[in-house]
Design a protein around this ligand. Structure first.
Ligand SMILES: Cc1cc2nc3c(=O)[nH]c(=O)nc-3n(C[C@H](O)[C@H](O)[C@H](O)COP(=O)(O)OP(=O)(O)OC[C@H]3O[C@@H](n4cnc5c(N)ncnc54)[C@H](O)[C@@H]3O)c2cc1C
Length: 548
């Protein structure tokens, strides 16, 4: 809830925008009822006015001091601001917000500093008084990263960074740009586009997430194949910490000790507040081309993706859905836009009973893209793919920020949907895919419930790939959090036991800590905790997240 953009305090995105059901919402609910053997039922969210928020733990004098630091209009203690900054946007967060029960996670004040000095002043004040500070970008974390916990401290403030949104420096010769870290996706790309460039970091949350949040969560966008993950794009940074300013100079490469940008990428607000970041940018692509293939099964599709990526083609997006995901999105399209089934019979004749769809997008300099396109079609076909035109990839690209708007109406109807992700080497992709699927299915079967588990590869590297799982289910009315927890724990255990990382791009937050500890190991954790103690001796920065 901000003056700039009316975002939903208990759901996704722009409050003026909704999912386009093409007038067929009822048909969609009927489809899910049948697939999940679970009747739809109205489960509306609580009104903001009925939310019971905890008493403020900051006194008038303290609030006045904060007003002196950032300006009276930028210190908010009203219910709308506190509720909107209590939690992130994970399924679990929405369960709690929609039930009107944010629990302990409500900040005592929401502060909106306007520059680095304002952030540094807040940290100095909070360090002295031992008040917890939760850095807040746009709050799109899906791992509990912005849950406004005070930890051992007596109060918590949420520091909303979205007023820090200026382009500070642009060097077209070196192709680097320095932005304030609270800039959101569309404003950042608009500033670069008007100068003939782009960053190309486009997470599905692009429209409502910030540069600082992308770095702090070590995210990966939907075009990471060509434009890289956020960590790869970070060249330098300026941070405010409880012990003072921390500057990481932006050199093209440096051997002056370990690369500290890579310590900041993934720091999740626990090591400082990123106020400025220098990133490498690309020239705007001259040409964009699309292609889609169908494969007989997931292993065949995965082998094709590996071949395409190892051929180092300028693919921005490589998205391979498994058979269930391909089927589900096909069925959804037919429910929302019914019409004669022209493709089904043809595919069956070709022996593609449960095909896996691969969507590809290429971007770059015109002649290079045209040449690479031919090679892409050749390699895709040689790997056993059936080329099915450009339409599927083109329409995915056009609607790629829309699907998050479906989650809130699904929750209104008593359905649930959550996602989780990992990465592993090519040699382990199929085994891990099967193992995590089974774990999620097993968690629901054990409760006598049905679940749809869908998966895709969406970030591919020469040595391996991410696996992204979506699971759709009928919501348990009595204990929805317990239902979710059982599936999440089973999947996380399966990921670790199966040799995957606990997160490819969502981060650690609260939800993945147990598994991160095991992944990073004792010595790694000691090193990170030592760093935390050095820059945040009283542990006021984002208590409970990342390092506990
Ligand atoms: C619908 C949906 C789709 C998503 N799709 C993707 C995706 O495709 N790829 C992907 O990588 N992620 C995705 N995410 C997760 C989320 O959007 C990312 O983690 C994003 O990078 C968070 O940005 P934010 O500005 O909202 O940060 P927040 O959620 O506000 O914060 C995230 C973490 O970073 C810290 N933080 C924020 N700003 C700063 C700062 N300036 N300095 C220090 N710490 C800071 C916070 O304390 C918190 O720990 C998705 C989330 C949703 C809800």
């Amino acid at each position: 809830v901000t003056e700039e953009a009316p975002t939903r305090w208990n759901g996704w995105g722009d409050a003026r925008r909704t999912f386009d059901f093409h007038g067929r919402a009822d048909a969609l609910w009927a489809f899910l009822e049948e697939a999940l053997a679970h009747p739809a039922r109205a489960t509306p969210a609580e009104e903001l006015a009925r939310l019971s928020l905890p008493e403020l733990r900051l006194g008038d004098g303290e609030l006045d001091a904060l007003r002196g630091l950032v300006g009276a209009e930028h210190v908010r203690v009203d219910a709308a601001a506190r509720a909107a900054h209590a939690l992130g946007r994970s399924y679990r967060d929405l369960l709690r917000l929609r039930a009107g029960e944010p629990g302990r996670a409500v900040p005592d004040a929401v502060l909106r500093p306007g520059d680095h000095d304002g952030v540094q002043a807040i940290l100095g004040w909070a360090h002295e008084r031992e008040v917890a500070v939760v850095p807040f970008g746009s709050g799109s974390s899906v791992v509990g990263g912005v849950e406004a916990l005070a930890g051992p401290h007596r109060a918590a403030v949420s520091v909303d960074l979205r007023r820090l949104s200026r382009l500070l420096d642009f060097d077209p010769i070196s192709r680097v740009a320095t932005f304030e870290a609270g800039v959101e996706g569309p404003a950042l790309e608009a500033a670069l586009e008007s100068r003939g460039h782009l960053l190309g970091h486009h997470p599905q949350s692009f429209e409502h997430s910030t540069l600082g949040g992308w770095i702090a969560a070590r995210g990966a966008g939907q075009k990471s194949n060509r434009y890289g993950t956020m960590a790869e794009r970070l060249v330098g940074a300026r941070l405010a910490t409880p012990v003072g300013e921390w500057i990481i100079e932006p050199h093209p490469h440096s051997a002056a000790g370990p690369d500290l940008t890579q310590v900041i990428a993934g720091s999740e607000g626990a090591l400082g507040v990123i106020t400025e970041a220098t990133v490498s940018v690309h020239a705007l692509p001259e040409r964009r081309r699309f292609a889609a293939f169908l494969f007989r099964d997931f292993p065949a599709g995965a082998a094709a993706v590996r071949t395409l990526v190892q051929a180092e083609l300028p693919l921005t997006t490589v998205r391979l859905s498994d058979a269930d995901e391909t089927y589900f999105y096909g069925a959804l399209r037919k429910v929302l836009r019914p019409g004669p089934d022209r493709t089904g019979p043809v595919l069956r004749t070709l022996g593609l009973r449960r095909p896996c769809a691969l969507l590809l997008v290429l971007e770059g300099e015109g002649a290079a893209i045209d040449a690479a396109y031919g090679r892409t079609l050749y390699l895709g076909t040689r790997a056993g793919g059936l080329f099915v035109g450009t339409g599927p990839a083109r329409s995915w690209h056009a609607g790629r920020f829309d699907s998050p708007y479906l989650r809130d109406p699904m929750m209104d109807q008593g359905f649930g949907v959550d996602t989780l992700e990992t990465a592993t080497r090519w040699s382990n992709v199929e085994a891990l895919h099967a193992r995590v699927r089974e774990a999620i299915e097993g968690a629901f079967t054990a409760r006598g419930e049905r679940v749809l588990v869908l998966a895709h590869v969406s970030h591919a590297y020469p040595d391996g790939a991410s696996l992204y799982f979506t699971f759709v289910f009928g919501r348990d009315r009595e204990d929805p959090e317990g239902q979710w927890r059982a599936a999440k724990d089973a999947a996380s255990d399966a990921i670790r036991a199966g040799g995957g990382t606990i997160s490819h791009h969502h981060g650690v937050g609260l939800d993945h800590r147990r598994w991160m500890d095991e992944e990073v190991g004792d010595v790694g954790l000691r090193a990170l905790r030592g760093l935390k103690a050095a820059v945040d001796p009283k542990g006021i920065l984002n208590p409970g997240k990342l390092l506990g």
